[in-house]
Write a protein that binds this ligand. Sequence first.
Ligand SMILES: C[C@H]1O[C@H](OP(=O)(O)OP(=O)(O)OC[C@H]2O[C@@H](n3cnc4c(=O)[nH]c(N)nc43)[C@H](O)[C@@H]2O)[C@@H](O)[C@@H](O)C1=O
Length: 672
Amino acid sequence: MAHSNGGATNAAGSDGEAAPVPRPLTPPRKVALITGITGQDGSYLTELLLSKGYEVHGLIRRSSNFNTQRLDHIYHDPHAVPSSPRPPMRLHYADLSDSSSLRRALDAISPDEVYNLAAQSHVAVSFEIPDYTADVTATGALRLLEAVRLARRPIRYYQAGSSEMFGSTPPPQSEDTPFHPRSPYAAAKVAAHWYTVNYREAYGLFACNGVLFNHESPRRGENFVTRKITRAVGRIKVGLQTKVFLGNLSAARDWGFAGDYVEAMWLMLQQDQPGDYVVATEESHTVEEFLQAAFGYAGLNWKDHVVIDKKYFRPAEVDSLKGDSTKARRELKWKPKVGFQQLVEMMVDHDIELAKKEKVLVDAGYRREDTLAWHFDSKGLFSVKSMYHVLEDKSERDQKKQIGGSSKQMEGETGSEWKKLWRLKYQPKIKQFLWRLAKNSLPWRLSIQRRGMQIDTRCPVCWRLDEDGGHCFLKCKRVKQCWRAMGLEQVREKLLRASNAREMICMILNLPSDAQGKTVGLLWAWWEARNKANVGEDMKRTENIVHRAVPIMADPPTTNENKETIAPDRHRHWVKPPPDKLKINCDGAFAKESKQGAWGFVIRDHEGNGVLAGAGKLQEVPNAMCAEGYACLAALEAAMNAGMAHIILETDSLCLVSALKTGSYDYSIGGE
Ligand SMILES: C[C@H]1O[C@H](OP(=O)(O)OP(=O)(O)OC[C@H]2O[C@@H](n3cnc4c(=O)[nH]c(N)nc43)[C@H](O)[C@@H]2O)[C@@H](O)[C@@H](O)C1=O
């Protein structure tokens, strides 16, 4: 198909007289980016694009659990086959509520086509979390459009619209039918629709809206009515359940097969001109008719099993949807392949098979109520200690992957170097400095530039060469004078052989104590002097730096063994941890109305000095306990990453404390 604007085809300019331009034998494969790739439509679209030779990239949100089940059959962990060529499908972290993450993703992936399928897509849920729905579904689309507009190359954009936008406007609904949304979800989709039209008209973007009517499949989420029904049919058929609770049975929908609908999305982006298209089967059925078809196909009578529950009625309902997809059929040459009855049968067949597998487990003795279980403990009980070990294990494995497997261990690395570091008897700020040095996270000028800031990258001391860690501490003309003045030239030469900062710190930790003290003193004193020079002050003379290094290396152990560490009133005063331990205080907050929350933690040493802190926001939190739990998890993860082994965890959530200590959890807290 031809591309008038922003297509992936390369313009190979030729005026008839120019020498022929050598071309690759096979055209480069097109690159697509999909938001919402882990959903039903994302997985079908990924399969379709891969079958057409595309390289497919998906954006996923950072969250504490993975929900990539629908992609498991396609996705190959790049670590598992490190030598294979560029895998055709890859996942990246980004979030529709964060513009900068979208910009970075587009820069890194440089796609030809972007499919925006991500949304908070449950209509009933949107009444409970309206502003989150608006942020992701409407403003998220706007953020992505803006990123597409600012991208370095033309990109074709698809916006997933919804028949819900028609709301109370009577059927049949076509591209010319006015919108009358009946839920926060539908209103957000209308906004995203018009943002897309506006970016097309204002900036000439190749941007299309697909107004898709309900589309289902065996991959449909289990809280949408069709899948809820077919799951119930399967479980009732094999004897795992007897009743299913539903809301309004008279609502009518135009239900098609998701696998057919993703083809329409793709076709829209292959046209000469961008446009908006209704995608529908043009056949409408009520929820009751769906029930009849599904239960009837399984030889059951739905009336024996369905119970009406008011809780599933919505504050405002969309009564009747039936699409008119004439335009898509004419211009895209698209039509659905799977009809209503075939769709119902496909879903019921799938869910009966699924229920049979469940039954096997139940018959084998797994018949018990769902409980929270800690997978890493044989009894399923959670403990902070086991969590620490799990995280430590993971971090070890990740590091091995990064350095190419266990055979390439770094010099001196035994996995215990962090413990060694935190046990050193220097002041906490110096230990923290060493840790940041090992993690390459000190703000050398080259590092700042790599994070996107335009600055002069030359060393602020010698002004000759670019400043990175190696230059700053080992190679700068002036720092070499300090090493020599302290009689540490041999140590410097040894450190120069380290292949990275972490290896250098390992070497320092393994030095004899006298040389180690001098080295640490010098590094710290040099860093202090360099920081002053960096903000325009005069650079200190060598003898001043050496003079400053001496008290650091001679700093006595900062133990507090004789001081009282337990305050009389434990509930009112923060109690310092003992000298060989660090204390984590964490807390979570939760707003019931918005289901939003926040977490934070601070880690302090035995003198009360803050060593590490963190905080963040949470979306869609079901209850306060979850926010507390998240705070605890974030703090432990941070402590583990920093190699802090001896820690005390303190939280004000009695419920969490009791869950951690006993492994049981009071379910009534979340009201669920
Ligand atoms: C095109 C559009 O399609 C979907 O939105 P939806 O039409 O709301 O889909 P649904 O399966 O949640 O509801 C269909 C009808 O079924 C009624 N209904 C009765 N009893 C239950 C019930 O128990 N659960 C549910 N979920 N619905 C029930 C409910 O009141 C409604 O009238 C989303 O993909 C959306 O993202 C989208 O864009």
